[in-house]
Design a binder for this molecule. Structure first.
Ligand code: SAH
Length: 367
């Protein structure tokens, strides 16, 4: 087994606080458009028109905005680039899952995913190029983190995924579960999620927006102190500190993580979700299930168990269905609310970081 010492997530230290530091209109759409319109003596109501075109009509360029005067459209096309990514890959699975690999104008590649599940249309977005958390089984962090994404780069993922929908489909849920650690980039993420939530943005209820975190207690408290309150999912993966430090080398003591999680629940009233990736022979034993039940206790929480989605070059395996069932049964008999999640889009490498990896063609450096 790969040990944490083999995996060195020190590149985290190199992540820039302020993302790329380059201009992106979607970094602060209202303010930047207002300024631009005002400087040119254009009416301020154009902002509302443009927002409708972007978020409701799903316009892909300024020229589609047919109720703007042609001269204005030309000036916008010449002066204000809308997008800062190029689509470098687009894969589609039979179950309706679609994945985009985006090359960023200001460096790096990221992935984002659209999941179709009955009437749900969930978009899964990234917050960093790479990841600095070093979870040993995850493809996103294999090369550490290059940088934080900007607000605009996060909003752009949402809009680009929305472009994949048919006219009668609507984005119903947002999950921040793509590449990167969202709570390490809260400053850019929160304004992006505000665009997802605003009635003149994507109009998605906060109950349908979930931030998934490896569990940084101080940042969870920061999130609890800001409004609005989104759903929080905490990637636990282990029921005790020894095992958790092996799987999540940057992890903080479980006691402080659970205390921060409880404070978030108290402040937000939102039921917490805990995620547990099941790795054969590592964290899938009956004793782990019993410890997990003790750790979560009577908390108002949902436990999402995710059988491991193998990553090329990493030595981890999906548990057999017999051991999955045993694990599941123990959790249920201890009164936990459990969901066994079967990952969608496996055949298109939909798990985070995997498409970027296969495009690079690089094997894992450690094996
Ligand atoms: N950094 C955040 C969000 C990104 S990862 C976090 O840790 O929550 C989103 C979820 O996918 C996490 O629970 C992560 O552990 C899980 N994951 C990563 N690689 C996986 C894989 N190969 N198979 C199954 N789940 C995986």
């Amino acid at each position: 087994m790969t040990t944490p010492a083999d995996r060195n997530p020190t590149k985290e230290a190199n992540a820039k606080e302020t993302a790329s530091g380059h201009f992106h209109l979607l970094d602060a759409l209202d303010r930047q458009l207002e300024d631009w319109l005002e400087t040119r003596g254009e009416a301020s109501y154009r902002l509302g028109q443009i927002r409708r075109w972007l978020f409701e009509q799903r316009a892909v360029d300024w020229n589609r905005m047919s109720d703007l005067p042609q001269k204005l459209r030309q000036a916008l096309t010449a002066g204000l680039p809308l997008w800062q990514t190029q689509i470098a890959g687009h894969t589609q699975a039979e179950d309706g899952t679609e994945k985009l690999l985006l090359s960023l104008t200001h460096g790096g590649q990221i992935e984002c995913v659209l999941l179709r599940d009955q009437i749900r249309r969930t978009i899964c977005i990234s917050t960093q190029v790479g990841c600095g958390m070093g979870c040993v089984f995850c493809a996103s962090g294999l090369d550490g983190v290059l940088r934080n994404l900007s607000t605009g780069e996060i909003v752009e993922q949402m809009l680009r995924l929305q472009h994949l929908l048919e006219a009668k489909e609507r984005v119903s849920h947002v999950v921040v579960m793509g590449m990167g650690e969202p709570l390490a980039n809260l400053a850019a993420l929160l304004p992006a999620l505000a665009e997802a939530h605003r009635p003149d943005g994507l109009g998605i209820s906060t109950r349908r927006i979930t931030i998934s975190t490896v569990g940084l207690p101080a940042a969870i408290d920061q999130l609890a102190g800001s409004q609005p309150h989104y759903r929080l999912a905490i990637s636990l993966h282990a029921p005790n500190d020894v095992l958790r430090r092996q799987l999540v080398p940057t992890s903080q003591p479980l006691q402080s993580l659970m205390a921060a999680a409880d404070r978030y629940f108290d402040v937000s009233g939102r039921r917490l979700t805990f995620e547990y990736v099941l790795l054969a022979g590592i964290n899938d034993q009956p004793e782990h299930a019993r410890q997990l039940a003790r750790l979560l206790g009577r908390r108002e929480a949902m436990l999402n168990v995710i059988p491991y989605n193998p990553v090329a070059g990493l030595p981890y395996q999906t548990p057999s269905s017999a051991s999955q069932q045993t694990f599941h049964r123990i959790l249920l008999s201890n009164g936990l609310q459990v969901q066994f999640r079967h990952r969608k889009g496996n055949r298109i490498d939909a798990a985070c970081g995997q498409l970027r990896r296969s495009e690079k063609g690089g094997g894992h450096p450690l094996v």
